[in-house]
Ligand binder design. Structure first.
Ligand code: PLP
Length: 367
């Protein structure tokens, strides 16, 4: 990541936006939050959007708005950031982990149906690392069983599947504006994208203590609002996110062209998917030694996600054992995030590939 390269050229605009909010004196649910909600809605086929405090709250509130609660089950992926599973557990429901597709790291639709029980309330795929989950197949399963599909789009703003934008592929979607995300803020922020107006009204109420008018309180809600200062800055970034995603895609192409595929298994893109490479995840059997060797050569890399959710201590009570979800476990042992950001140059990519080749003890053939 290179946050400075991304924000630097926009610094004057960002400063002016912040000064504008300060001058306005409107800090909570002002015109920038409404403006950002409208702009994201326009990109997502007019679906109503509701800004909230972060992507984790977006998940909790979205599930709450679908009436997920104690005793319910939500089917999700074990190969995700903890917040996805945590949101389910936070509502007193049980995450039911389903193994993933080895090609795209996302939940494997073929395995979902066998996990559905009378207690299942929703299916929660994650568009992990910027690649869309197999939404046509997942939606079909949801429709067959009367289950809503919640998209965790925290890592995939601007991605697409079969010509439709991520965030408008399920019944409800959640976005994170965490500063390292593809559409970042300069602090915490999140959004819920709804298909139905009624659900959107409930989400809107839930973000403000369960009240539509601050006078009558209809249910126990949250104090979870997107901050006006964040919204003002995110609106600037929104105008650049497609270019930034193109830059990430170009960097991914550069890795392939530079011959990384000779040494590591490269991330792939399912037909019809626009991958936006939130993270560039390549795989190697000796991942930890490779990461160490890269670090010694000044190339940063990071492991996502070293322990899949079904083996996390917090979920020990659910009784999963090593080997239960073998694909997720294999990815957890082999996947490594290599440098990826919108302004990564071909020279930089070649340096990384050379370092990988050196650590592995071979020389890359340039393609
Ligand atoms: C897949 C996924 N879901 C949810 C979240 C939670 O978002 P936030 O950090 O904004 O709460 C994140 C990121 O942190 C994420 O990567």
């Amino acid at each position: 990541m290179d946050i400075g390269a991304q924000y630097g050229p926009l610094r004057a605009e960002i400063d002016a936006a912040i000064a504008g909010v300060l001058d306005s004196g409107r800090f909570i649910l002002g015109p920038h939050v409404a403006g950002l909600e409208a702009e994201i809605s326009e990109r997502l086929g007019g679906r109503p959007c509701v800004g909230v405090a972060n992507g984790t709250d977006a998940l909790v509130i979205a599930l709450n708005a679908l009436d997920v609660g104690p005793g319910d089950e939500v089917i999700t992926t074990p190969y995700t950031f903890y917040a996805t599973a945590e949101a389910i557990a936070r509502l007193g429901a049980t995450p039911v982990f389903c193994d993933i597709d080895p090609d795209d790291f996302c939940i494997d639709p073929e395995l979902i149906a066998e996990r559905i029980t009378s207690r299942t309330r929703a299916i929660l795929p994650v568009h992990i690392f910027g690649h869309a989950a197999n939404m046509p197949a997942i939606r079909a399963i949801g429709a067959r069983h009367g289950l809503p599909v919640v998209e965790d789009a925290a890592q995939a703003f601007g991605g697409a599947c079969d010509g439709a934008s991520i965030g408008a592929l399920g019944d409800i979607a959640t976005i994170s504006f965490f500063p390292t995300k593809n559409l970042p803020g300069i602090g915490d922020g999140g959004m819920v994208v709804c298909r139905d107006q009624d659900v959107a009204a409930r989400v809107r109420r839930l973000r403000f203590h369960g009240s539509a008018d601050k006078v009558v309180f209809q249910e126990v809600g949250y104090n979870s609002r997107l901050d006006e200062l964040q919204a003002a800055v995110i609106r600037i970034f929104l105008r650049h996110v497609d270019d930034w995603n193109d830059g990430r895609r170009a960097a991914a192409d550069a890795y392939a062209t530079a011959g990384l595929g000779e040494f590591m298994r490269l991330p792939s893109e399912r037909a019809g998917v626009r991958h936006i490479y939130h993270l560039y995840m390549a795989r190697h059997d000796d991942r930890d030694a490779l990461a160490k060797g890269l670090g010694a050569r000044g190339v940063s890399s990071a492991v996502y996600y070293g322990i899949p959710m079904h083996l996390q201590p917090v979920f020990a009570r659910l009784g999963y054992r090593p080997g239960d979800l073998p694909v997720a476990e294999a990815c957890a042992a082999r996947a490594l995030a290599l440098p990826m950001h919108p302004h990564l140059t071909t020279e930089h990519v070649e340096e990384v590939v050379t370092a990988v080749a050196e650590v592995i003890g071979q020389v890359p053939a340039r393609g």
